[in-house]
Ligand binder design. Sequence first.
Ligand code: GUN
Length: 286
Amino acid sequence: MTTPAYGQLIDGNALSARLRADVASRALALKARGVTPGLAVILVGDDPASAVYVRNKVKACLDTGVHSVFEKYDASLTQDALLARIAALNTDPSVHGILVQMPLPKHINPHQVIEAIATAKDVDGFATLSAGELMTGQAGFRPCTPYGCMKLIESTGLDLRGKHAVVIGRSNTVGKPMALLLLQANATVTVCHSATLDIGHHTRQADVIVAAVGKRNVLTADMVKPGAVVIDVGMNRNPEGKLCGDVDFAGVKEVASFITPVPGGVGPMTITMLLVNTLEAAERAA
Ligand code: GUN
């Protein structure tokens, strides 16, 4: 019998680099056919974290040969003005994907904005139609973070069929679509959330755990079955100000077979899957 190796890191930077190289070659192939893939990125207001995310998205486009149109607006932009801008981008043939960075200023209804984006350009996969396509197993854009988590799990070689997957968190952007993607891959799926009585009871039975809560130490070593694959979506700061995830990394890596670090795990994959979705949108349009 071979002893299983514990605590192998799933390198999100390395996987991202491989997937981005593929995006770059697909972008070149499209350009040879006269189509430059294009992504419009809209930022409203001055949220510093959003500014960093958006800058990273625009830079990733530049690095992979995707044309980006970056539009920054003052926080006072009206909802009508934003909707008019989206309507124009919906019919702009040089734009294949549209991303409106969240959160938006309080006076703008994010649902109305998301629903205004043409489904064919909804590369965030946040709109109701895209969510419905995922739920019913039809082709469509998958939200980038859970889509990236699926690629990270795949990279371990684990076949999800018949495995028990536990998702901690039920957000529309990560937890819920994550559960549906795992279900589509034939896993048995449990979703834990803030009203779950004993999260550890569920996670201790899991072959795969995805933690997506936004709180430190949601998952500790005593909650993990030896050999489980652990994906950490969290992006938090510890009391020393250091970036950390939802998982007690030092403890859990002694028990898990594979685990994503923070930073360098899920983070880079979110932008990578945005590029993948944008290429997909451009290829469909071409
Ligand atoms: N804000 C934080 N993450 C995201 C994301 O993936 N997409 C958008 N549009 N806004 C975000």
